[in-house]
Design a protein. Structure first.
Length: 453
């Protein structure tokens, strides 16, 4: 290797005129020789200096990659690649560099072609200065091609200016997040449509591995992936074990991957052992509904002196389901159950009193907040009963509460600005910009029929 490099340097020096290029070639020859000798001399480097040495080698590698890209771009500009026998720029790079694999050669070919385009002047400057690696440049180019059609008010240079600082210090993941941020900020409709299409092709498959293990492959759209990752990460931290007798703490020896698997199984066990309401609370939410006039009459009667032993519950004060008469509703999934079942459920449930008006509309559910949850969600479920989209009857446990006027557009978090929608129709409503007319009693979507519980 050393003799080949030395001969290559000497051959170049006979053809390169004196100047910076010749000096660089001569220095490269010395550098190659020094790098060849370094592994056998590492024992001479102090332990405290190894980190600095690795940093210097990293800078050398980055500068080398930058020079390869720019030299390839020069070869393309001069027609060297076109006049060669190589089938492509990637093949020319692979043949010329020798030690590069096909993937690296292909990446260098893509980036070297891009930096010859005047519209990519910022990228050219960053790559030449080794401030943007070929990999970061390739990701940047790919993301730009994806988002530029959605940002008609932006020039390519303006978009590129967002990417260059991230490319210098971030990762490929950071660049992808930046692309989504740009679309979400300046073309949010596009992002919603893209995510909706991705949700349509989500998949879960599994297969058996040797030894009895099973491999699950789950492809999720960004929003769903974020929810799952957040839930798993919340329970995947190390959990040292403390001996109750000695107080000695034993570190958690599980690998990060094993901890994540255990956290996922804990979520599965939680769902299997709980009602569907687990997505909105750890216990069943038992909703006891009462007519407002009956409540007022009962309060008036309670204020009058009387013999407590002679008091019998009035028939019309029996618990009733939201809107419909008779029965007791477990609103988390929309079922109506008998009194005996209700008493059993109440042993492990959040009992929520819900006061209804003359037309059974929910009146008293708690204070206003940004997220529709707790009492307000209970009221929305009590009124709607299921997904409010025409023709859909998905139960509340499979539904989300939609802000008819978006919260970020000034919409309030209130009963009259909320509608229950299953995930599929929630996506459609956002995608198509559908609006609804909401009253205390029902929800009517534009062009559809009113839906009330």
């Amino acid at each position: 290797m050393e003799s080949v490099s030395a001969s290559a340097v000497e051959s170049l020096l006979t053809r390169v005129p004196p100047g910076p290029a010749a000096d660089a070639v001569r220095a490269l020859g010395r550098a190659v020789g020094a790098l060849a000798a370094l592994p056998d001399a590492l024992h001479q480097v102090g332990s405290d200096d190894l980190g600095a040495l690795v940093g210097l080698l990293g800078e050398t590698a980055a500068r080398a990659q930058a020079s390869i890209v720019m030299a390839t771009a020069e070869a393309q500009t001069r027609g060297v690649v076109r006049e060669s026998r190589a089938a492509s720029t990637a093949q020319w790079v692979s043949t010329a560099a020798g030690g590069l694999d096909a993937g690296d050669a292909s990446r260098i070919a893509v980036v070297s072609t891009a930096v010859t385009d005047p519209e990519n002047a910022l990228l050219r400057e960053a790559v030449a200065a080794a401030q943007c690696s070929p990999r970061a440049a390739q990701v940047t180019l790919r993301e730009l091609e994806q988002i530029m059609p959605s940002l008609p008010d932006f020039t390519r240079t303006e978009c590129m200016a967002y990417f260059m600082p991230v490319a210098a210090a971030g990762t490929a993941k950071d660049l992808r997040h930046l692309a989504r941020w740009l679309v979400a900020t300046y073309a949010d409709d596009r992002l919603e449509r893209d995510d909706a299409r991705l949700e349509e092709v989500e998949s879960l498959t599994w297969s058996e591995l040797p030894g009895g293990l099973r491999r699950f492959v789950l492809d999720l759209a960004p929003a769903h992936a974020a929810r799952l990752a957040s839930a798993v990460q919340a329970g995947a931290g190390p959990q040292p074990v403390v001996d109750p007798e000695t107080g000695v703490q034993t570190p958690d020896l599980r690998s990060p991957a094993k901890r994540r698997a255990d956290a996922l199984m804990e979520l599965v066990a939680l769902v299997q052992s709980a009602d569907m309401s687990v997505s909105h609370g750890s216990t069943t939410k038992l909703v006891l509904t009462m007519n407002l006039e009956h409540l007022r009459r009962d309060l008036r009667a309670a204020s009058e002196p009387r013999d407590l032993e002679s008091v019998a519950p009035a028939a019309d004060l029996a618990p009733r389901s939201p809107v419909r008469t008779g029965g007791l509703a477990v609103s988390s999934i929309g079922d109506t159950v008998d009194a005996g079942t209700a008493r059993r459920l109440a042993c492990d449930a959040d009992v929520i009193p819900l006061v209804l008006g003359s037309r059974s509309e929910p009146l008293d559910v708690g204070r206003e907040q940004r997220l529709v949850k707790d009492g307000l969600r209970t009221a929305v479920v009590a009124r709607d009963g299921c997904c409010t989209f025409p023709g859909c009857d998905r139960p509340p446990g499979f539904c989300e509460v939609h802000h008819v006027v978006a919260w970020y557009h000034g919409g309030e978090t209130s009963l009259l600005n909320s509608a229950l929608l299953c995930r599929r129709h929630h996506t459609i409503v956002h995608r198509d910009g559908l609006v609804a007319d909401v009253t205390p009693y029902d929800v009517r979507w534009a062009g559809g029929q009113a839906r009330s519980a």
